[in-house]
Design a protein around this ligand. Structure first.
Ligand SMILES: Nc1ncnc2c1ncn2[C@@H]1O[C@H](COP(=O)(O)OP(=O)(O)OP(=O)(O)O)[C@@H](O)[C@H]1O
Length: 324
């Protein structure tokens, strides 16, 4: 069942710096163009791409941190129309964001008990202080911070990075969301504890039927963790499909470059993606397929016209002239 969906989402920001255009206006940053993505209950979807390609903007559009320039967001098939008031607050409760830096998202002066108890109180889940304590303990157990008594009264700086991220996840769970959007949730953590936090997110999605969007630049890791992978390049989606199929039979040259440049301790030659240059500016993106200036197999048509979506079967699709 599809829980959360973005349809044809586009976001243009007004650039804070940079020269003004002919009409004296600053040109927009075309951060996200025509992105459609669906998250299913109990399932992990990965959104993969290089830094600056618009992944966090998609996360924020889905969480309604700011409105889309065009396109719509649907929760359980219903378009989200409210941008303030009770309906909007309820939407923000149901769709929770987890950020990269758990330290920045936890007030350093408050103990774990407070961080988890506050949302329980605000949303009326705790009937009394004893009940609140029970619910806090339950949340700590769900994120495997046990024995719970050891964690209740800790301040954020007394916890490791992984433990802090677990508290941030528990706080998101406290308000009983239907979707979690995790934006690079492990990239600031020690390599040795990343897998544990990812396994926790996977278990929570499976056990609680949460729809989970996992945002990452690591396609190799996404493959083992997500059921589906969607690849983004310079503000656009370029390929998507079931993880195994997408990584085994990638059809877009950019997906192949990402797979080739995934960390490999045995490789001596530089990764393909670095050999083929940098991502383009989103103020003045290349015409046609945005990847064409870096594409090793570009055709003349690639610089002229953006390719439509080609269905490749079993939910696998791409936008590439070579696949048409
Ligand atoms: N509030 C904003 N105002 C202006 N430009 C913005 C704003 N937010 C993002 N951008 C621009 O939009 C583009 C996409 O940014 P975004 O943060 O979504 O990328 P990302 O793929 O998540 O990158 P990273 O992995 O580095 O966070 C970038 O060019 C960024 O500078």
């Amino acid at each position: 069942m599809i829980v959360l969906e973005g349809r044809n989402l586009t976001k243009h920001f007004t650039a804070a710096r940079g020269p003004r255009g002919r009409l004296g206006r600053k040109p927009p940053v075309r951060a996200v163009e025509d992105v459609s993505i669906a998250l299913r209950a109990g399932s992990v979807t990965a959104l993969v791409g290089e830094s600056g390609c618009g992944k966090s903007t998609v996360a924020r559009l889905l969480a309604q941190v700011y409105p889309a320039t065009s396109g719509e967001v649907l929760l359980r098939g219903e378009p989200v129309r409210a941008h303030r008031g009770a309906a909007f607050r309820d939407y923000r409760r149901q769709v929770q964001l987890i950020f990269q830096d758990p330290f920045a998202s936890l007030n350093p002066f408050h103990r774990v008990r407070y961080h988890l108890g506050r949302p329980l109180r605000i949303h009326g889940h705790a009937r009394s202080s004893t009940h609140e304590r029970e619910l806090v303990a339950e949340l700590l157990e769900r994120v495997s911070l046990t024995p719970v008594e050891q964690f209740m009264d800790k301040l954020p700086h007394e916890l490791s990075g992984g433990q802090r991220q677990r508290v941030a996840i528990a706080r998101a769970l406290a308000v009983r969301p239907v979707a979690l959007i995790a934006d690079e949730p492990v990239s600031m953590l020690d390599v040795s504890i990343r897998l544990g936090v990812l396994r926790l997110l996977e278990r929570l999605a499976a056990e609680s039927g949460l729809a989970l969007l996992y945002i990452t630049h690591d396609i190799a890791g996404a493959r083992y963790f997500a059921e589906d992978i969607t690849v983004m390049y310079a503000g656009r989606l370029i390929e998507s499909g079931p993880s195994e199929q997408l990584t085994q039979e990638a059809r877009h040259p950019y997906t192949r470059l990402l797979l080739d440049s995934a960390p490999d301790p045995d490789r001596v030659t530089p990764p393909e993606a670095t050999r083929h240059g940098e991502p383009p500016s989103l103020i003045d993106p290349p015409g046609g397929c945005r990847f064409h200036p870096r594409c090793p197999v570009a055709l003349p048509v690639c610089s002229q016209e953006a390719p439509e979506r080609t269905e490749l079967g079993d939910g696998h699709w791409t936008h590439c002239w070579q696949a048409r």
